[in-house]
Design a protein around this ligand. Structure first.
Ligand code: ADP
Ligand code: TMP
Ligand code: MG
Length: 184
């Protein structure tokens, strides 16, 4: 079974991934959690949510080598979880789809980048998923459900030509609804 957890930043993707993995561990299943080495927020050896929840993780590089490592090590477990899938190449989705034959795979990732464009690996994962859990955050402007992530530079919308990958949290990003999401 392949479960995809998707949405903007602060939607609770990591919290939901941790919650689901914990339940399988309580049920006595062998579980492993992977995360890309790009994301050193809070703690390099665990997946960490914005609300402080944590789970030990295996850190792998977000490249072809990391995808191979997930495939090789993942085969030894009943439950395989991956956080921040958007940082890995799209081949990760194919590998997780294969691993999902015979085990539970739970993978979480950002739907859209700060420009409002789909992250390819998350999009591919959603297509393969048996179940897509689409979460929303709370728009920082109006309080309605947020489906997008606003990147801010000195309080203003980040320019469209700024780099796609900028690791960060509340100092750089805000959850926004469709109406309040801006790109310069
Ligand atoms: P994600 O992995 O999707 O970024 P996390 O699971 O790390 O989400 O964090 C979710 C937590 O973020 C919420 O439980 C809440 O405490 C906090 N949070 C901060 N800003 C917001 C927001 N704008 N909308 C919803 N939750 C927020
Ligand atoms: P989160 O979904 O767990 O909150 O983490 C998302 C990470 O992705 C965070 O480190 C910021 C980063 N990010 C980018 O690199 N580019 C983007 O366009 C967006 C929206 C987020
Ligand atoms: Mg997260």
């Amino acid at each position: 079974m392949l479960v995809a957890i998707v949405g903007p930043m602060f939607a609770g993707k990591t919290t939901e991934l941790i919650r689901r993995v914990e339940r399988y561990v309580i049920a006595g299943r062998r579980a492993v959690v992977f995360k890309p080495s790009i994301d050193a927020r809070y703690d390099p050896a665990s997946v960490a949510a914005h609300n402080g929840l944590k789970l030990n993780a295996v850190v792998v590089p977000p490249d072809e080598g990391g995808v191979k490592a997930i495939y090789k090590l993942g085969q030894r477990y009943d439950v395989v979880a991956v956080d921040e899938v958007q940082f890995f190449p799209p081949a990760l989705a194919d590998v997780l789809n294969k691993l999902a034959d015979g085990r539970v795979v739970i993978a979480a990732g950002l739907n859209l980048d700060f420009r409002g464009e789909p992250f390819e690996t998350t999009a591919r994962l959603m297509a393969y998923a048996d179940r897509v859990i689409s979460l929303t955050a709370v728009c920082k402007i109006c309080g309605r459900p947020a489906t997008r992530t606003q990147r801010l530079v000195a309080g203003k919308p980040a320019p469209r030509d700024s780099p796609r990958i900028v690791v960060g949290g509340v100092e750089t990003y805000e959850a926004r609804c469709r109406l309040h999401h801006r790109v310069n």
